[in-house]
Ligand binder design. Structure first.
Ligand SMILES: Nc1nc2c(ncn2[C@@H]2O[C@H](COP(=O)(O)OP(=O)(O)OP(=O)(O)O)[C@@H](O)[C@H]2O)c(=O)[nH]1
Ligand SMILES: [Mg+2]
Length: 357
């Protein structure tokens, strides 16, 4: 399955990879029994190297933030539960700038070929994703008291445009999404009371359109959760107003304590758990459907059909139907190995992710 992060530049997408490494990497210290490793079919030495790639995201090694993303990166991961593989997924990290470039280009004829192909690349990643993570900077949400300005500056407005279009193009598609409010450590303490309840309310207000799309569409399920890559008190933010309307403030974050990510695994577990749950429903549905189709084909497939397939060397309808059914059954067999883990994943997620709708 595929999970794509969507958010403007600087919203905290790549840093979330660091949080995943710190909480769920092989050296991660979590008690839930889940962990995460880059998927690798290669020999041990190559597998170790790919773990090294992942560890580059560690915040604790250098106490500095990851670099800005220059191009789309796709990370193939496997999730383990008590050392056994539970599920796999591809993780897609974007150059956030691409989001603003979709509509900010004054003359679309001028759009460079590279940007165009990046945009269509983003679109197809979203199309193929089972789940999307909508990434917004919590500090930006709370810095601007005008809700429309907060929507604009945080990138929520861009995200609304994309998913309103998505819902028109695919009115009946399943979609799992999580609104991830990043850098929760940096907001004023008044937003943090009662487990960040005021911040979550603000997030729901800013994402009003996503919330109403979700309420209208029974095939969509959404959640919202504040996260931090470092945890409370482990980073110091300096904010300087600039007087420039384009970029009203400059900020700098310095890591000053040992990173202890907040709610990192909950975001991922919500995406994986919901997707697996949906696949389970579909697998059941299509097996019934296939069985029905198969029995109809078998009824019709008489001698004529068999002779025809002998002459043309094409498989007859009956064998096609059987092959399809077998394929579906195989999918379901794999899925059924994951089944016992779906509930634990979702339960863990829902300790922190608030459901929308
Ligand atoms: N205090 C604090 N700062 C954070 C946190 N996460 C990210 N930041 C800050 O936000 C900056 C940008 O984060 P990135 O993860 O690089 O943003 P991005 O969305 O990947 O941006 P692009 O790669 O340009 O699309 C970091 O360099 C940090 O300064 C957090 O949890 N707490
Ligand atoms: Mg990045």
């Amino acid at each position: 399955m595929k999970v794509t992060m969507v958010g403007i530049s600087g919203s905290g997408k790549t840093t979330y990879m660091s949080s995943l490494y710190e909480t769920l990497g092989d050296a991660g210290q979590n008690d839930a029994g889940f962990c995460l490793a880059p998927r690798s079919m290669q020999p041990f030495d190559k597998a170790i190297l790919s773990i090294g790639d992942f560890s580059r995201f560690s915040l604790a090694d250098t106490f500095s933030w990851p670099d800005g993303t220059q191009q789309t990166t796709v990370w193939p991961f496997t999730v383990f539960y008590n050392s056994k593989p539970v599920t796999y997924f591809d993780w897609i990290d974007y150059r956030g700038g691409i989001l603003t470039e979709i509509t900010d280009i004054p003359d679309s004829n001028d759009t460079s070929e590279i940007t165009k192909s990046e945009i269509s690349d983003l679109a197809s990643h979203i199309e193929l994703s089972n789940a999307v993570i909508l990434v917004v900077d919590a500090f930006v949400l709370t810095y601007y008291s005008n809700i429309k300005e907060a929507r604009h500056r945080s990138g929520a407005r861009r995200i609304h445009e994309i998913f309103t279009t998505y819902s028109r193009v695919y009115p009946n598609r399943n979609l799992t999404f999580v609104i991830m409010l990043t850098k929760a450590d940096t907001v004023d303490s008044k937003w943090k009371s009662d487990n960040y309840a005021p911040l979550i309310e603000r997030g729901l207000e800013v994402f009003n359109q996503m919330v109403s799309l979700c309420k209208q569409n029974p095939d969509w399920q959404g959640g919202i959760v504040p996260v931090s890559a470092v945890g409370e008190g482990n980073a110091k933010r300096t904010v300087v107003p600039t007087g420039d309307v384009m970029h009203p403030f400059k900020s700098e974050d310095k890591i000053i304590g040992f990173p202890a990510p907040l709610n990192a695994e909950h975001v991922l577990f919500y995406c994986l758990g919901q997707t697996l749950k949906q696949m389970k429903v579909e697998a059941h549905k299509s097996i019934k459907q296939r069985e029905k189709e198969l029995s109809e084909v078998l009824k019709k497939a008489g001698l004529v059909n068999k002779i025809w397939s002998l002459i043309t060397r094409k498989p007859d309808a009956e064998s096609i139907a059987r092959a399809i059914l077998e394929e579906k059954n195989k999918d379901y067999e794999v899925l059924s190995q994951f089944e016992p883990h779906i509930e634990p994943l979702l339960n863990k997620a829902l300790e922190r992710v608030r459901r929308i709708a």
